[in-house]
Design a protein around this ligand. Structure first.
Ligand SMILES: [Zn+2]
Length: 446
């Protein structure tokens, strides 16, 4: 299909090939937007998301996977639909290269988080996928059906521009990312044999800069702290806290004690804002947040007792270069040190239990896929590319862990992901699609 008329023009061929690719994306613009809307209209909530009934929700991911399969087949890809868990299919489309080029994986997840109450959406139905104000609206628009569809349409544009790749381009639409079920999605694809010389995950890579090229992510861990008190009648409150009272012999308010620990964690978080730095992240990005704080009598959530249990559920974002064990140690030492300040806590130390850990994704920014993506973005947008850390975590971690060098680059902004009125800018969608197409031609060879 490739035009031999261009192959003898040397450097001029490069420019004209890029021009043909960009023109092909522009010709597909309205179909591209329709396809993103169509994908949003398939509710594909992760069935393991907290608050969901698994049996009611399961199946949406599979439906999106089948929708993506129809696009991949139209491009001429070898298409592989497979599930580790019924109803939760992944779809992989392989655009076979002729031979001799580098291979590339384009990866994105097709599960979404729940939309929350529909009346909180001022933009309309969360599953509408409608277009207004130059944006496509709906749950999953920027996180991340725009990115998944853009990668597929990049391959389509290459075909319609008559560009034949030398290396394989592997398109992956995967399930399970929102609950870190990479064994069902991205890791399942790797284990099925889909590997490449580099990978680009199309997660929304703003803020701070739209369409940033992101070679690293932080790591994230969660933990629970439990603080014991001692229950008694609420009328004894004064006896438990005032000079001359019976004190801990009668009762101890667990909420009061938990605030000592809370204050210590906030203090450490403020220190981190000055001490934990990484050149690709905004200062202060690394945090320790108490996201759930529950204090109550063990007998139930009523105020007629001095409460005897307080729990805090916390999230820690740590720099990609930090050792997770030493981060855990820092936090445990801070909790223990705060307990040393109080006679009750010295005798009843707060208990820290570590829960989830999503390791950081780490790729050396000098890896050639970073420069190649920057060059493609610059040709696609006419603007300078920026290299930043990705603010959150995503499947690039598991690609990098498997030895497939992976970065993030995608349309959309995490400030509106997981939020009401989620949307994606059509301008960004278009630039991203052009970048993916130009990058594939450059990386895989054409
Ligand atoms: Zn995402």
């Amino acid at each position: 299909m490739s035009s031999s008329a261009h192959s003898t023009e040397g450097r001029g061929e490069l420019t004209s090939r890029d021009d043909r690719i960009i023109a092909a994306v522009e010709e597909l613009q309205s179909e591209l937007i329709d396809a993103v809307s169509e994908a949003i209209r398939i509710p594909s909530i992760n069935p393991r998301y907290p608050g969901q009934s698994y049996d009611d929700v399961v199946g949406g991911e599979g439906e999106v996977a089948r929708y993506m399969a129809s696009i991949y087949r139209q491009i001429g890809c070898e298409t592989d639909l497979f599930a580790i868990e019924p109803g939760r299919e992944n779809c992989v489309g392989v655009l076979r290269g002729r031979t001799g080029g580098r291979s590339l994986i384009y990866n994105g997840h097709i599960d979404v988080v729940p939309p929350g109450p529909a009346e909180q959406w001022t933009s309309g139905d969360p599953w509408s996928g409608h277009v207004a104000e130059g944006k496509i609206w709906g749950r999953g628009s920027c996180d991340m059906k725009a990115g998944v569809v853009a990668q597929a349409f990049a391959a389509r544009a290459l075909r319609s521009a008559g560009v034949e790749l030398r290396g394989d381009l592997i398109l992956e639409a995967v399930a399970g990312e929102e609950m870190m079920e990479h064994e069902l999605g991205t890791t399942a694809c790797i284990e099925r044999g889909y590997r490449a010389d580099a990978a680009v995950v199309s997660e929304a890579s703003a803020p701070p800069t739209p369409l940033a090229v992101a070679p690293v992510t932080p790591g994230v861990m969660s933990f629970t702290i439990s603080v014991e008190g001692k229950a008694t009648h609420t009328s004894m409150r004064g006896e438990t806290i005032r000079a001359g009272g019976y004190g801990a012999a009668v009762g101890v308010n667990a909420i009061d004690k938990a605030f000592i620990v809370y204050g210590a964690l906030r203090h450490l978080e403020d220190e981190w804002s000055l001490t934990k730095r990484h050149p690709l992240f905004r200062p202060g990005h690394f945090t320790i947040q108490v996201g759930v704080f529950v204090g109550a009598p063990r007998t139930g959530q009523v105020p007629f007792f001095v409460p005897d249990l307080a729990t805090m559920e916390c999230i820690v974002w740590y720099p990609p270069d930090d050792d997770p064990d030493s981060v855990r140690g820092e936090i445990e030492r801070q909790v223990s040190a705060s307990a040393e300040l109080d006679s009750w806590l010295r005798a009843h130390p707060p208990v820290v239990e570590w829960r989830h850990h999503w390791p950081a994704s780490i790729l050396d920014p000098s890896h050639p896929i970073v420069g190649a993506t920057c060059r493609a973005h610059e040709r696609a947008s006419g603007d300078r590319a920026t290299v930043n850390g990705f603010p959150a975590v995503e499947d690039a971690t598991f690609l990098n862990q498997a030895g497939i060098p992976a970065i993030s680059y995608g349309p959309g902004d995490l400030r509106v992901a997981h939020a009401n009125d989620e949307h994606v800018e059509i301008g960004e969608l278009l630039v991203a699609t052009k970048t993916y197409a130009l990058l594939a031609a450059d990386w895989c060879g054409a």
